[in-house]
Design a protein around this ligand. Structure first.
Ligand SMILES: [Zn+2]
Length: 296
């Protein structure tokens, strides 16, 4: 089984990953954020990408999510797990905790391409349920077992939550933060949109694990979100993320995980008449087209 992992702020490596190769790639959508590290965890093939590039040099609004997802797809990844640092809107989602996200609220501003399907092809992917629910349940249950066995920082795992995606790179004002909180949002980050949309279009079961670094600026004790405090918790969270990956991936591989819903997500999504889709588009999107459109 091949599992893709996209790591966010400070999650620059997976401890315990037996590294085999660094794969430099180019896709029809450009270059991914970094070379992709191919390695093994207890015999499971893992492909790890640093979302912000090696050394954290790409800001959220300049990420090439399409190249990142396309690269994972072309490597034959069957599942995609996204690791992100987030701010929390709820008291119970405390710094150090992990939220197994099940909804998104998109507040990006249109600067980042949102789809693979454009030019002479139109697709409307179903996105009401934007993560793989099967993967969501599996990861939540596994993390719970992990924390029952080993929980040095006394953190918690939360099943479900809404990730509000702001574009950044500056953090929220207090006014914005209070409005998002009043909307019932759980956490805030800058990267899962359109990553999750593109994973759906690529028919990859996708799950986002959101690691809480701090309370967003609504909270009275965090008048301004301090970068210093965030980075301290980030270090702890990076270790937690590695622990989760090392513990859950071999278990996941043993189940021979498959999700027909995600893997066939685009079958009815493409609305363009086949004869209107150019050869150039078919070639560019070959990996992503449903089977009935792959032949000319
Ligand atoms: Zn699924």
């Amino acid at each position: 089984m091949k599992i893709g992992i996209i790591g966010g702020s400070s999650i620059s490596q997976i401890h315990g990953l037996e590294i085999l190769d660094q794969i430099e790639m180019q896709t029809p959508f450009g270059y991914p954020s970094s070379a992709i590290t191919h390695g093994l965890i207890e015999g499971v093939d893992v492909f790890f990408l640093q979302r912000h590039g090696d050394g954290h040099h790409i800001p959220p609004h300049q990420l090439n999510h399409r190249a990142n997802i396309y690269a994972m797809k072309s490597l034959g990844v069957q599942i995609l797990i996204s690791l992100s640092a987030v701010g929390s809107f709820k008291k119970e989602l405390a710094p150090g905790d992990v939220v197994v996200i099940d909804q998104f609220f998109d507040r990006t501003k249109g600067n980042i391409p949102q789809t693979f399907f454009e030019g002479d092809i139109v697709a409307h992917a179903s996105f009401g349920s934007p993560v793989c629910n099967k993967l969501n349940t599996f990861l939540y249950n596994s993390i719970k077992i992990l924390l029952e066995r080993h929980n040095p920082n006394e953190v918690s795992v939360h099943k479900g939550g809404t990730y509000l995606n702001m574009e950044g790179p500056a953090f929220s004002t207090m006014a914005e933060s209070q409005v998002y909180k009043s909307w019932g949002m759980s956490v805030i980050g800058m990267t899962n949109m359109p990553e999750a949309k593109l994973a759906r279009e690529a028919q990859l079961p996708y799950q986002s694990l959101a690691f809480v670094t701090d309370y967003d600026s609504w909270h009275v004790t965090s008048m301004n979100v301090s970068v210093e405090i965030i980075f301290k918790t980030l270090t702890q969270n990076a270790q937690f993320a590695s622990d989760i990956i090392r513990f859950t991936l071999p278990r996941l591989a043993k189940t021979d995980f498959k999700c027909p819903g995600c893997e066939d997500a685009m079958r009815f999504a493409i609305v363009t008449k086949p004869e209107k889709i150019s050869t150039e588009t078919r070639q560019k999107l070959h990996l992503l087209l449903p089977k009935h459109l792959q032949q000319e």
